[in-house]
Design a protein around this ligand. Structure first.
Ligand code: ADP
Length: 169
């Protein structure tokens, strides 16, 4: 039986840190499903559909990634995992600051479905301090985000901002 892992997130937008975790999961599991969450709690730069498209475009541009699908997810992640026959949810752990939130989520998911296991992976140290929010902040203030996200993301961010008439360098 093939092993399937879910890599969930908001991906607003997908960064090289996310890609690092997807690659690590891809080396271990036969199939990886990148699950883009609706995440009503955050007010994203890109809407649900845009985040799915952008994440899919970036994943498809990475030749190293084989057997990786991107899907949008509404509802409980553990239910999504079950519906896809996945027993594992992979999350990235950057700094200690991620730990408390991840611990809460892991215990809640276990209570909701004890058949699904959470696995945590650390990215390369160079991505340890990278987040979608910091990328957006730097971009909005005219900084260079080239080392942190794919060109596909940069172009989409530029489009979004120039179309809105927001001044960006
Ligand atoms: P969420 O809102 O679910 O936290 P994110 O898109 O911010 O969604 O993050 C999704 C997952 O990717 C989380 O497990 C997060 O810790 C991980 N992640 C985000 N940025 C990085 C990074 N730079 N390196 C490693 N993991 C990361």
């Amino acid at each position: 039986m093939s092993s399937i892992a879910i890599v969930p997130g908001t991906f607003d937008p997908i960064t090289n840190g996310h890609v690092d975790i997807i690659k690590r999961a891809n080396r271990i599991f036969d199939e990886v499903i990148v699950a883009v969450a609706v995440n009503s709690g955050k007010s994203p730069m890109f809407d649900f559909k845009e985040r799915i498209e952008l994440t899919r475009d970036v994943v498809n541009s990475e030749s190293e990634l084989v057997g990786v699908e991107v899907e949008g997810v509404k509802g409980l992640l553990v239910d999504f995992a079950k519906s896809r026959g996945a027993k594992v949810i992979v999350r990235g752990l950057r700094a200690v600051s991620d730990f408390e939130y991840e611990l809460q989520m892991a215990f809640m998911n276990r209570r909701l479905n004890s058949d699904v296991e959470m696995i945590y992976m650390m990215p390369y140290i160079k991505y340890s301090f990278l987040s979608s929010s910091i990328v957006k902040d730097v971009f909005i203030n005219g900084g260079d985000i080239n080392q942190f996200v794919s060109n596909i993301v940069i172009n989409r961010m530029k489009n979004k901002f120039f179309n809105k008439g927001v001044a960006v360098k």
